[in-house]
Design a protein around this ligand. Structure first.
Ligand SMILES: C[S@@+](CC[C@H](N)C(=O)[O-])C[C@H]1O[C@@H](n2cnc3c(N)ncnc32)[C@H](O)[C@@H]1O
Length: 567
């Protein structure tokens, strides 16, 4: 489109007469613009208008071809299920409405953005996506409705933004400024981070915490509507999101990064510069600038714990002093840990001293309620310690409340923790069960899970952990009675694979507690489990409850817990 417009502009600057489908050049009329000189430079014959037109036509043709290719590629591209892009596409379509989407698709306009790249536009934000971005509807005169995705903006606001990418039915834009705020939602005095809107994280800081929790509840609602394929009647009322006790200073792990010195830099000169305490201008240690692959310097991260923030200056200072030795950029690890030099047998909270650990191979220690956990610094552990007692107690109570009478002969006695990490759910739920088994793909995490069972004095005959793919658990629990077994599922963002779900449906544990860091893949998996045919005795899974947990205040992220029961 753009190229055609340029072609028309060039064509218009000459007297052109269409003649049997081609352009016929006549000498310029008096007062008409002089032909532009050939860009090849002095000494070369200037191009005649017909040559210029031919060239422009050729360019327009190749542009149109490239544009067709781009559109065909975009049409064929299917985003990963439940990914940020997939979630955004569903939200974009729902703001436009079915009728508009269908019309745009029928007319072939689904990839015809009314915006050119780098265009600065002012738009009205109508909704907020599950990724936390404002969704504005373009009011370009004569153009079809089109969505512009603007981070850091809220429904009811008018914002200025710059388009940087055109996608199916929407454009992505960089936030420039708020033209008219929505005072019912926004209060910029709430923002505690000096890098707000520069950093890609923590986009909800201008909102009250209650509003953040409401938005996250709505993410769970939309996820089950758009991704589960379940009829509304089978989805229970989504309960209010459980908030985090700490809303800043909660993050027990951060991973800032930096780039290597430029290729041809004089390393000896760099060494003497940094040794004399001067940080080179090109060296930035921190996080990525919103929407860019470029790092900016940070002095603090207000959502990280106090121990981590206190350690930042020394850790970053060491990078500066040794930067001349780096061939590649690197990611730093800063983990808040209880001091592991203190005997773990001393379970007295009064003895707790927190330290910042940067060694990937070190052991980290955390307390979760009455339990102690240790794990390898480089392996997975939940990043918000303050909410873990309420998360684990919630899962425990959500299961036991299904069988309130402790003498109920149907009350589950066995627990299987799949994707168990270093044993968080297996260990914290263990007082309710006589037998517990856990499985996990990471050998390091399994080693620590076994260690944690001992650390918390859980008898080995009661609890076993094995390394393997989650689906392999079904080989090892043949002595677990399915009708008295609870299965905890806590997979990575991509959710469970089909072999796992198939085997779960063959085993049919009485209760499934599905904890997820991606409610969209959780909704898909829960949909598959609920749609499965009844077993020989006519039993099917029902969704008992659904609730979000706010492990990451100030961000759009929500963790979700679904409780399923076989009835
Ligand atoms: C979201 S974490 C949950 C860990 C643990 N439940 C916790 O809360 O600490 C997901 C875990 O699944 C493990 N994992 C990933 N793919 C797996 C697979 N195919 N089978 C078993 N475990 C897997 C990862 O190593 C990670 O520890």
């Amino acid at each position: 489109m753009l190229c055609l417009a340029r072609f028309r502009r060039i064509a218009k600057s000459y007297h052109t007469y269409p003649f049997r489908g081609s352009f016929h050049w006549l000498p310029p009329m008096p007062g008409s613009p002089t032909p532009v000189p050939n860009e090849k430079g002095p000494g070369k014959r200037p191009l005649s208008p017909s040559e210029i037109e031919k060239k422009a036509a050729k360019k327009a043709k190749s542009c149109a071809k490239a544009s067709r290719k781009r559109i065909n590629k975009a049409r064929a591209h299917v985003p990963e299920y439940g990914s940020v892009e997939d979630v955004r596409r569903k939200d974009v379509a729902s703001v436009l409405g079915d009728e508009t989407v269908q019309k745009l698709v029928q007319d072939g306009g689904e990839f015809e953005s009314p915006f050119t790249l780098k265009a600065e536009v002012e738009v009205e934000v109508k909704a907020i996506s599950s990724n936390g971005e404002g969704l504005a509807v373009s009011d370009e005169e004569g153009a079809s409705p089109w969505i512009i995705v603007v981070p850091f903006s809220l429904p009811g606001e008018r914002v200025k933004c710059r388009i940087f990418k055109n996608e199916r039915l929407h454009s992505l834009a960089d936030f420039i400024q708020i033209v008219r705020p929505n005072p019912d939602l926004r209060d910029d005095a709430r923002v505690k981070c000096q890098y707000f809107s520069k950093c890609g994280g923590c986009q909800y800081q201008m909102l009250s915490y209650d509003t953040q929790l409401d938005l996250k509840r709505n993410v769970v609602v939309k996820a089950y509507k758009n991704f589960s394929g379940l009829p509304e009647s089978t989805i229970p009322e989504i309960q209010p999101t459980i908030g985090s006790p700490f809303q800043y200073g909660y993050r027990t792990k951060i991973t800032p990064h930096f780039q290597a010195p430029p290729p041809r830099i004089d390393r000896a000169a760099l060494k003497s510069q940094v040794e004399s305490g001067n940080k080179p201008d090109w060296l930035q240690i921190g996080f990525n600038i919103q929407g860019q692959n470029r790092v900016f310097d940070i002095e603090e991260c207000p959502i990280a714990t106090r121990v981590i923030n206190t350690a930042i200056p020394d850790i970053f200072g060491n990078v500066v002093k040794t930067i001349h030795t780096y061939k590649k950029g690197a990611t730093l690890l800063l983990r808040d840990s209880l001091d592991t030099s203190v005997d773990p047998e001393l379970k007295d909270r009064g003895m707790d001293k927190n330290v910042c650990v940067t060694n990937n191979h070190a052991s980290i220690r955390e307390r979760v309620g009455e339990f102690l956990f240790e794990y390898l610094a480089s392996s997975f552990f939940q990043n918000n310690n303050s909410i873990l007692p309420s998360l684990t107690s919630y899962v425990r109570e959500a299961i036991t409340s299904l069988y309130p009478n402790p003498d109920d002969p149907n009350r589950p006695t066995h627990l299987i923790d799949t994707y168990c990490g270093s044993g968080l759910f297996a260990i914290t739920l263990s007082p309710e069960f006589s037998n517990v088994a856990g499985i996990e793909i990471s050998a390091d995490s399994i080693m620590y899970a076994k260690h944690n069972a001992k650390l918390n004095n859980i008898p080995t005959e009661k609890m076993s952990f094995r390394k393997g793919d989650a689906a392999e658990i079904f080989k090892t629990v043949s002595d677990f009675p399915p009708t008295r077994t609870v299965m905890v599922i806590d997979p990575p963002r991509k959710g469970c694979d089909d072999p796992f779900i198939k085997q779960l449906l063959e085993f049919r544990p009485k209760v499934v507690a599905y904890v997820s860091c991606n409610v969209h893949t959780q909704a898909r998996d829960v949909g598959k489990i609920l749609r499965a045919s009844p077993d020989g005795e006519g039993r099917k899974y029902v969704l008992e409850s659904l609730r979000g947990f706010d492990l990451f205040p100030q961000t759009a992220h929500v963790e979700s817990v679904a409780i399923l029961r076989l009835v």
